[in-house]
Design a protein around this ligand. Sequence first.
Ligand SMILES: C[S@@+](CC[C@H](N)C(=O)[O-])C[C@H]1O[C@@H](n2cnc3c(N)ncnc32)[C@H](O)[C@@H]1O
Length: 275
Amino acid sequence: MSDAVKPPEALPSPPGPVHLVGAGPGDVELLTLAAVRAIKHADVILYDHLVGPGVLEFARPGVELIPVGKRAGRHSLKQVEINALLLEQAFTGRRVVRLKGGDPMMFGRAGEEAAYLRRHGIEVTVVPGVTAALGCAASSQIPLTLRGVSRSVQFVTAHCMDDDATNAMDWSKLANPDGTLAIYMGRTQLPYFSAKLIEAGLSPDTPAAAIENGTLPTERRCFATLSTLAARAAAELGDGPTLVIIGHVIDHRPKEVRTGEEASQANTCRLFEHA
Ligand SMILES: C[S@@+](CC[C@H](N)C(=O)[O-])C[C@H]1O[C@@H](n2cnc3c(N)ncnc32)[C@H](O)[C@@H]1O
């Protein structure tokens, strides 16, 4: 990461800390108590587009809310600009929260932001969040591991999967019939990585699922096989954030958890409706 952007010259008050906070996968009920507390105490919140509805309502009146999120095909701040903005805000002496969808340390570039801030002398704290794979697995009632079926789960990003670095990926490590794959940012790359996994030895009939807007009332799911998921997801899902799960655990979800939006209405994890 380039350090090209310099911190402000004047230091009006002691800097930092910056709190990197996970907002969970979407459903506001999945925020942690620590996340709610951090949001409530913030003077300024820099947030991503994946932060779910209702989350920012915990913020105090008058808090400065700064959207910095990335969304495929839409303008957003570059990572160096976000880093610089975080640093600038930390140097104001205000309580700064950097709010990210899911867990900040899971495919969220929190590691880069934290390293940048620490290099500039800013203390960083991290509040974990429920990552998308766990939220989607819960709302679809797919056990990510299951005795006798899956002994491991791998979290993988499909972002830039067809670039040179990923071409060098050891696909045999991912093509494990006794494990589960949870693939982030994988919608557009589905045809590519399905073909690679099949080439590496995973059966084309391996159960596969794509879950869009997991844990939200708009959740939609598509259940298929490794060889059919790409076409089914393209036909049945929209352009919301989508998590792909591959593995035999998918067949162990309850029968009522079906493909489609209507099914999701009955099954999303609205915990407090049942309390
Ligand atoms: C940049 S990554 C951020 C992941 C996030 N830090 C986490 O822990 O969930 C964004 C990807 O996470 C997945 N994702 C995030 N929220 C999701 C949701 N509610 N339903 C399905 N997938 C989701 C999608 O694969 C999306 O492209």
